[in-house]
Design a protein around this ligand. Structure first.
Ligand code: ZN
Length: 185
């Protein structure tokens, strides 16, 4: 469980650390507000993708399913700064599919944790493989990292693209090509 009291104490210390007067009016409720916000931003810590991916439906023919432009907001675990963008998921069923909203929910489970984009991408792919058991899955994540654009090298608009392919997508250039075409449309 998220310990909101602990977060509040930490935010107070953080503000003191940067030289702020934590008792001034504008900051009085900030530790509590941030603690409640963190509970929301990191609620994926308490969630399991199995919950969303285990309710599956039988299908007669195995046609490729693409769910693209799933907007997500996450936090990089190196700076605790936001990174956000879009995730695209494709899978080739093996007799069973899952409700489309469940793929978006799976992205949420992994986005709402301290994360690195590469890891989030593979976690999504592996969760789909494990719980939905398709013939294969491909995941692409495109994101802008505030720790890159707001500080450091400071390159606004630059995007990081990560990919994970499992099962039949791993060594099938044709399937991968189809995925890229669908995502680019
Ligand atoms: Zn970072």
């Amino acid at each position: 469980m998220v310990d909101q009291k602990k977060i509040e104490q930490a935010v107070r210390l953080l503000l003191e650390g940067i030289g702020e007067d934590v008792d001034r009016e504008g900051l009085a409720d900030t530790p509590n507000r941030v603690a409640r916000m963190y509970a929301e931003l990191y609620r994926g810590m308490e969630e399991d993708a199995a919950l969303h991916l285990s309710r599956t439906f039988a299908v007669d023919s195995n046609e490729i399913v693409v769910e693209k432009d799933i907007t997500f907001y996450s936090t990089c675990e190196h700076h605790l700064m936001p990174f956000y963008g879009k995730a695209h998921i494709a899978y080739l069923p093996d007799g069973r599919v899952v409700g489309l909203s469940k793929l978006a929910r799976t992205v949420e489970v992994y986005a709402r944790r301290p994360q690195i984009q590469e890891q989030m991408t593979t976690q999504i792919a592996e969760a789909v493989m494990e719980h939905l058991k398709p013939q294969g899955v491909m995941v692409m994540v495109e994101a802008e990292h505030m720790c890159m654009t707001m500080r450091g090298v400071s390159k606004p608009g630059s995007r990081t693209v990560t990919m994970a392919a499992r099962g039949c997508f791993r060594d099938n250039p044709q399937l991968q090509q189809y995925f890229f075409e669908m995502v680019r449309k």
